[in-house]
Write a protein that binds this ligand. Structure first.
Ligand SMILES: Nc1ncnc2c1ncn2[C@@H]1O[C@H](COP(=O)(O)OP(=O)(O)O)[C@@H](O)[C@H]1O
Ligand SMILES: [Mg+2]
Length: 313
């Protein structure tokens, strides 16, 4: 659905996005995680066709965005990280305005607006002024507005940022619903665990580059505080996984074709016990050891990013 190829964006001499590539298959949710200033917003604006890259390209459904912005616009729903103030506009008028912008015939608008208000849980606020809504409600309205033309690809730039825990959960529920509707989603956040539940895969971006990408378990494991153990076996992989699962302090087991990896925050004695159990159950172990994690530094930075952002808000 979306392919970003060697995307580069310079602001003057400053390199904000540096040869960044990513792919999102149809129906997948890709979490774009990184500290403030990593280049997430810049990338998303380019993907949405709102900014031209310095080099590289973006394909949506095989169509080059920079060459055919008008063709892909109908496929894209973009929720910016920052949205303006709308004096004297009621919630339903606001959505009607966006329907008009997408040239949706007047006769179809009421039904679309009703459905969207239902989806984002704002039906009771349709006659309220936009400026009177809480931040969480405004953000949900902004999400609704990005959906008026029923796009298949959603680009959501930190939709949960600045929200209190309750509003975050409400937002997350709506995003899950969009996922169930089969939308393809590129969503950014500077908080890794927040995206884990929702996303099919995650890319960690720093200084305009993706420094790690993969499925959620892999990334979570690499960025957690526990150490990562890896085993290789000649036979008995099923048994091995079963035994490992039963051990305390084990998390996120990943089964690769030729190895099993898992997070572990137990003691040295407990580590030894795992090996003992494996061998004792007839698993032919050829390798058992700790794997170096390379995401810890990044994770620390991402965590710091949270602190910075909280300060700003
Ligand atoms: N219009 C701009 N002009 C100059 N520098 C910019 C502009 N927009 C963003 N930047 C810089 O580019 C970098 C990436 O910004 P951004 O894409 O907003 O990152 P993120 O969304 O990950 O926080 C930051 O260092 C930011 O200061
Ligand atoms: Mg941003």
């Amino acid at each position: 659905m979306l392919a970003v190829e060697n995307l580069t964006k310079k602001y003057g001499k400053f390199l904000a996005v540096n040869q960044l590539s990513l792919q999102i298959p149809k129906g997948h949710i890709f979490g774009f995680v990184g500290p403030n200033g990593a280049g997430k917003t810049t990338t998303m604006k380019i993907v949405a066709g709102l900014m031209r890259p310095t080099s590289g390209r973006v394909l949506i459904d095989g169509i080059d965005v920079t060459k055919n912005v008008n063709k892909v616009r109908e496929k894209i729903g973009y929720m910016p990280d920052f949205f303006g103030v709308y004096d004297d506009l009621k919630v339903d008028e606001y959505l009607d305005f966006y329907c008009a912008a997408y040239q949706i015939p007047v006769g179809q608008r009421k039904k679309i607006i009703d459905q969207l208000l239902e989806l984002v849980d704002l039906a009771h606020k349709r006659q309220s002024y936009v400026d009177s809504l809480s931040r969480g409600m405004k953000q949900r309205l902004c999400l609704a507005r990005s959906l008026v033309h029923n796009p298949s690809l959603l680009i959501l730039d930190e939709p949960a940022s600045g929200l209190d825990p309750r509003a975050r959960i409400e937002m997350k529920e709506i995003l899950k619903e969009l996922k169930n509707m089969g939308k393809t989603i590129l969503i950014s956040s500077h908080i890794l665990p927040e995206l884990a539940e929702l996303c099919t895969s995650i890319g960690i971006v720093e200084n305009g580059k993706i420094i790690a990408a993969g499925n959620v378990d892999e990334i979570m494991l690499q960025s957690s505080n526990s150490k990562m153990l890896k085993i290789k076996v000649l036979s008995g992989a099923d048994t091995a996984v079963k035994i490992i699962k039963e051990q305390p302090a084990v998390e996120n087991i990943i089964r690769n074709t030729d190895s099993i990896e898992f997070g572990f925050n137990g003691s040295e004695e407990e580590t030894a016990k795992i090996l003992y159990h494996l061998v004792n159950h007839g698993v032919e172990v050829t390798f058992f050891g700790e794997v170096q994690k390379n995401l810890e530094d990044v994770f620390m930075k991402i965590t710091k990013g949270v602190a910075t952002d909280a300060h700003q808000n």
